[in-house]
Design a protein around this ligand. Structure first.
Ligand SMILES: NC(=O)c1ccc[n+]([C@@H]2O[C@H](COP(=O)([O-])OP(=O)(O)OC[C@H]3O[C@@H](n4cnc5c(N)ncnc54)[C@H](O)[C@@H]3O)[C@@H](O)[C@H]2O)c1
Length: 245
């Protein structure tokens, strides 16, 4: 399958990793649907990319909106053979005893349930065509754990588990499902990063720097391509040497 015949959906594409991934795909001639709850942001990102891109306002906590966006994307760009789930939030920083329960549900609803909703919208068409690539952006935090962001860590561990389950379930269908576990990248997800926070984020990273969104995009592009042909349900590290398994 050549990139020029393909369409992709990238969620969270207004910003950070999703935006970089959308740019990377478009560079190969892939038509990209940029989905994000931030309409102005996603329109800006689509305008940067040009004619190969379309912006869609989609809140991935809303099942009907996700399904409608999939239908609208098919009408605009053809049936997508690629889905990248990058939309996500960090949620508050709080110890477990005081972690606000409504925020716990919110983080899970975006990071985990949102990923599930988008997969559910995409898989039937991918199964019909006998080909698909799904890339879920998890986090090294989902493997290692990080203190004071329990909902985020739990959501990312669950995305890794969802990826494993879907990978096995769809293994003979032509639809491959993999996850990426980046370490920290300096994107708007952290808000204003203080030097102290940056130092903490880098403390466990042997390469002693943040991963660049373009580096994550490179891995996502390979996982979304036909060149990735014998990996599914797998979790791909991009953590500057932090991961130990
Ligand atoms: N930046 C990092 O350090 C890092 C590290 C590991 C994993 N990740 C993961 O990478 C993904 C992208 O993060 P980022 O760093 O690009 O963050 P970001 O804040 O730059 O981008 C996230 C995007 O998701 C969108 N979004 C949030 N809620 C949404 C919803 N309900 N519906 C649709 N879109 C929604 C936001 O509007 C934003 O544009 C996230 O899943 C994050 O957990 C990030």
């Amino acid at each position: 399958m050549s990139p020029a015949t393909q369409a992709a959906v990238v969620t969270g594409a207004a910003s950070g990793l999703g935006r970089a991934i959308a740019h990377r795909f478009a560079r190969e001639g892939i038509r990209v649907a940029l989905w994000d709850v931030d309409l102005a942001g996603v329109q800006r990102a689509a305008a940067e990319i040009g004619a190969a891109a379309r912006a869609f306002a989609v809140d991935i906590t809303d099942t009907a909106a996700v399904r409608a966006a999939w239908v609208a994307t098919k009408a605009a760009l053809g049936v997508p053979s690629i889905l990248v789930n990058s939309a996500g939030i960090l949620g508050p920083s709080a110890g477990i005893a005081s972690y606000p329960e409504e925020q716990w549900h919110r983080v899970l609803d975006i990071n985990l349930n949102g990923t599930f909703r988008c997969c559910q919208a995409a898989v039937p068409d991918m199964l019909s065509s006998g080909y698909g690539r799904i890339v879920n952006i998890a986090s090294i935090a989902g493997k290692d754990g990080n203190p004071n962001v329990a909902a985020y860590v739990a959501s990312k561990a669950a995305v890794i588990a969802l990826t494993k389950s879907m990978g096995k379930e769809l293994a003979t269908s032509g639809v491959l499902v993999n996850a990426i576990t980046p370490s920290a990248s300096e994107t708007p997800i952290f808000g204003d990063l203080t030097d102290e926070r940056r130092a903490k984020l880098l403390a466990n990273v042997p390469m002693a720097r943040m991963v660049r969104p373009e580096e994550v995009a490179e891995l996502a592009f390979w996982l979304a391509s036909p060149a990735c042909s014998f990996s599914t349900g797998a979790t791909f590290d991009i953590s500057g040497g932090r991961a130990t398994y």
